[in-house]
Design a binder for this molecule. Structure first.
Ligand code: ADP
Ligand code: MG
Length: 890
């Protein structure tokens, strides 16, 4: 027998919080199962039926795992590994956790990329003949979580499916906790696939192909970092269409933008199938999949998202300190998620962009109304996820109460929104803010004020909602009050002053008489229980009332449970329209967050124009500005189809990278529909933003820095259009000075002549400033510095012209290098500058010198190769000085 089991050895090496499980098949010794006890055989049978999962099996009050799985549990969760007799004296490893406490353990495993199958006892052990029946009732995977304690409320949790076609790959993404479901097709190219997939940051990836996953899919999944599995079955295009039409009760896929996109359809259907069969989620609460094309949005590739720190910082990968973390003023978690979506997919349709700006403008015109809207939004809970939980049947009464409370505020919110005077987008949002009056009334009538978490103990349903329930409650309370008045009555008739009526779980209601009074107990009292100094009795009358009360109590719990389940499914029936409402609320929230940011930080409305221009006056970098508390120096930028290339030079740490990034961020913010940090901004639509920034942070990819740099540069020159915005920061840094300069220059020329994209190029090679003379669309800018004797003050101001030197030595002083080194460097620099001057004066000899320099650089490379000296291109080290240092030494 062959069992599929994860190869845990490769798990989590040097990875962040998201692990990846690599699935392998390992042969189990043929005699492994021999002589195992029935319990263990049952375990391994269930395990075989759920390949790729860790299996936890219920044994009484515990979940247990055996063998290899037990070892994984023990290792990953730091729980005690024991062993259990498995038959004929053989012992197998065992690990167990109490069922009550399993959730945190599941969370831990999911976070490490595992999938866990839970096998419960599905018959009463007291009634079982022989071995208790056990079945896998739930498979918990990272991409199919619903439990709010396991989800990040501010981000989506996407499950992505890649389905291999001949020339393209279908990509479907679903978040079952919110209902989002999208699908597209991508050409079968690794980079493009990873690009598009990474936008969803999937926590789980499913692979499907006619003959299983191929290397392309596997490699893509590997790069996407989600836990990865292969889909059990791969539907054909026709089957896929049927599956989707059946699931969403559609005549055809025409309305979904999926028609004629067979692979997108296949991926969506394979994803759906995986949800139903593998994870045993029979109810699937998703919107019908929406087909989309990559041309609908501004394209931000993953390098750009990372370099610009859009949703997380490069160091530490934290939301705080990213653009998202800085501008997020949303009041609901639905809004926070929507903001993130908008940031990763800015719009490219002028009118759509303007429509969002219009709404923000209308909000800014009425700040009082806007802040009331925001206050109302803070009382809205996560309707999207609440609705998903009602559909999957995991919502409890407090969830429905939360939904009710969220709906309750809607009529007021609608009035506020209609007070804002704005165009069609706001009207569309207003239309979506359906207060669901009937549902609201139903919930208010049905739900008790403060229902418990448990659904089995009653207290869920309000009086007056169900006549049957009211009757039962009435007779229960009549019974109770008859019983409570019994004490007084019996004291009088028996004359026993200390007689008491009591209740306990085991014996029910009783009359208690102390030993001293036993002689006064009447005939019809029946003895029930004897205590140390008292006896307990019942009477036939008490018995009658008792069964009335207790019977009613049981019946009430059952009925309340049933009523609640019905109520929950009534809510679930409204899932689609509640989701529309959630969408409206989230959009309103994001737009109000834009308005808040604009008024708070003095941002302006960007003017969106047809012309291919980027014209910023006094723009700022929102994140750097926030961190510098008002000490930020604003800068202008002008680019258009003609003046399309800027070469920016300036010392290290002067603000080159900051300026480059802030220009890109303004373009992105504008097309998200936000206001921008500038005094004035006029922008034509940008189709893609490309960045190539720095070299130091790419080392983790394992490729050589230079290789990464070049492949990213290749990606840019191959895909940028005249409508793109390209930010190149210090390219050519990862190789030797001369190569680097040559490549930097060739790339700049190509960008200018062939690609013609608007390009910002920051470089520490001040030789690059010579390009201005040869290229008509090229202009030099530099970061201004003020020099006093041997002190340099960075002004962070961008001004026309090129820098003539690089101030590396000043930076070195700032960094605290010893004076001796600095002095020596000064001497070397002066000597090298002298040489360079001589070279210019005597052209023929200069060539010879160049040759000498090249040789020197080859020597240098040799030394580097032999590990004698560190490689060139370290930040702060200046190219010319390097060559000169060697030339000087030789
Ligand atoms: P460079 O790329 O030229 O080495 P950076 O853009 O990385 O320089 O900026 C270095 C530091 O200077 C930033 O971390 C920031 O603190 C500060 N800085 C940059 N631009 C500005 C500015 N416009 N106003 C104020 N401080 C700035
Ligand atoms: Mg820099």
């Amino acid at each position: 027998m062959r069992l599929k089991s994860p190869d845990f050895g490769q798990e989590n090496k040097g990875k962040g919080s998201r692990g990846r499980r690599v699935e392998t098949t390992c042969a189990m010794a043929p005699d492994f199962l021999e002589n195992l006890t029935p319990l263990f055989l049952q375990y391994y049978e269930l395990k075989e039926a759920h390949p790729g999962c860790l299996l936890l099996m219920q044994c009484g009050d515990f979940y247990e795992a055996y063998g290899e799985d037990a070892e994984v549990f023990a290792r990953e969760l730091e729980i005690v590994l024991t062993s259990k007799e498995a038959g004929k004296g053989r012992r197998l490893a065992m690990a167990g956790v109490p069922i009550q406490a399993v959730d945190p353990y599941l969370r831990g495993l999911i976070a490490r990329g595992y999938r866990v199958a839970l096998a419960d006892q599905t018959e009463d052990p007291r009634q079982a003949k022989g071995l208790v029946r056990r079945e896998v009732v739930r498979v918990v995977t990272a991409g199919t979580l619903l439990d709010p304690r396991m989800l990040d409320e501010k981000s989506h949790n996407f499950l992505v499916c890649l389905a291999r076609g001949r020339e393209e790959v279908g990509l479907a993404a679903a978040d079952i906790s919110t209902g989002d479901f999208l699908a597209t097709e991508v050409v079968a190219d690794l980079e493009r696939l990873v690009e598009e997939g990474a936008r969803f940051q999937p926590s789980e990836v499913i692979l499907a192909g006619p003959s299983g996953a191929d290397t392309l899919l596997r490699e893509a999944a590997h790069r996407l970092e989600g836990a990865c599995v292969e889909a059990p079955e791969y539907p054909t295009a026709r089957e896929a269409e049927e599956i989707l039409c059946r699931e969403f009760a559609l005549g055809s896929l025409r309305g979904l933008d999926l028609h004629g996109r067979p692979m997108a359809t296949v991926a969506a259907a394979a994803l759906l199938r995986y949800l139903k069969t593998t994870t045993l989620r029979h109810e699937v609460s998703l919107e019908p999949p929406r087909g989309y094309t990559l041309a609908n949005h501004m394209i931000l590739d993953s390098t750009t998202r990372r370099n610009l720190e859009l949703t997380e910082t490069i160091l530490g990968r934290e939301r705080r300190g990213s653009l998202l973390g800085t501008i997020d003023r949303t009041c609901t978690s639905m809004g926070a998620r929507r903001l993130r979506d908008w940031m990763l997919r800015p719009l490219i349709e002028e009118d759509a962009v303007r429509a969002r700006h219009d709404v923000v403008a209308s909000m800014l015109r009425d700040p009082a109304c806007t802040s009331e809207i925001r206050r109302a939004l803070t009382r809205v809970l996560d309707i999207e996820r609440l609705v998903a939980r009602t559909v999957y049947g995991t919502a409890h009464a407090r969830d429905l109460l939360a939904l009710f409370q969220s709906l309750q505020g809607l009529p007021d919110l609608r009035i506020l929104v209609s007070r804002l005077q704005s165009g069609s987008l706001l009207e569309q949002i207003l239309e979506r803010l359906d207060p669901h009056d009937d549902l609201c009334r139903l919930l208010s009538d049905a739900l008790a004020d403060d229902p418990p978490l448990s659904l089995r103990e009653g207290g869920l349903i309000r009086d007056g909602y169900s006549p049957e329930l009211d009757d039962l409650r009435r007779s229960r309370s009549e019974g109770r009050s008859w019983i409570s008045s019994l004490e007084e009555r019996e004291r009088e008739t028996t004359g026993i002053r200390s007689l008491k009526v009591g209740f306990n779980q085991v014996f029910g209601y009783y009359l208690e008489v102390t030993r001293a009074n036993l002689k006064s107990v009447p005939e019809h009292y029946v003895r029930k229980q004897t205590l140390a100094n008292a006896e307990r009795f019942f009477t036939s009358e008490l018995k009658e009332y008792e069964s009335k009360v207790l019977g009613a109590d049981d019946r009430i719990r059952e009925l309340e449970y049933d009523l609640f389940i019905t109520l929950r499914s009534q809510v679930a029936e409204r899932a689609a329209s509640l989701r529309l409402l959630a969408r409206g609320l989230s959009e309103l929230d994001v737009l109000a967050s834009f308005a808040e940011m604009a008024s708070d930080q003095d941002w302006v409305r960007p003017e969106i124009v047809e012309e291919n221009v980027l014209d910023l006056e006094a723009s700022r970098h929102p994140v750097v500005e926030a961190s510098r508390q008002g000490q930020f120096v604003p800068n202008d930028c002008y680019l258009d189809s003609e003046k399309r290339l800027i070469i920016l030079t300036g010392p290290n740490m002067s603000g080159k990278s900051t300026w480059l990034r802030q220009v890109a961020l303004v373009a992105i913010l504008a097309q998200m529909g936000a206001y921008v940090p500038a005094r004035r901004a006029r922008l034509g639509i940008t189709d893609r933003v490309f960045t190539r920034v720095g070299a130091s942070d790419d080392l983790h990819l394992g490729q050589s820095t230079f290789m990464v740099e070049m492949s990213e540069t290749a990606n840019i020159v191959n895909h940028a259009t005249p409508r793109s915005l390209v930010v190149l920061d210090e390219i050519g840094r990862g190789t030797s000075t001369f190569d680097g300069l040559a490549i930097a220059r060739a790339v700049a020329e190509y960008m200018h002549d062939k690609v013609r994209a608007r390009t910002l190029f920051a470089t520490h090679f001040h030789e690059m400033t010579r390009l201005e003379r040869n290229l008509s669309g090229c202009r030099n800018f530099r970061v201004a510095v003020r020099e006093n004797l041997d002190e340099v003050v960075f002004l962070h101001r961008i001004v026309p012209g090129g820098a003539d030197r690089s101030y590396g030595i000043y930076v070195a002083r700032l960094a605290g290098l010893p004076p001796e080194i600095l002095k020596r460097a000064q001497v070397l620099l002066r000597r090298m500058e002298g040489e360079s001057r001589r070279r210019h004066r005597e052209p023929t000899r200069a060539r010879g010198q160049q040759l000498g320099l090249f040789r020197a650089s080859e020597d240098l490379e040799e030394l580097v190769a032999e590990g004698e000296i560190p490689p060139p291109g370290e930040p702060g080290r200046e190219p010319a000085a390097e060559g000169a240092a060697r030339a000087d030494a030789s």
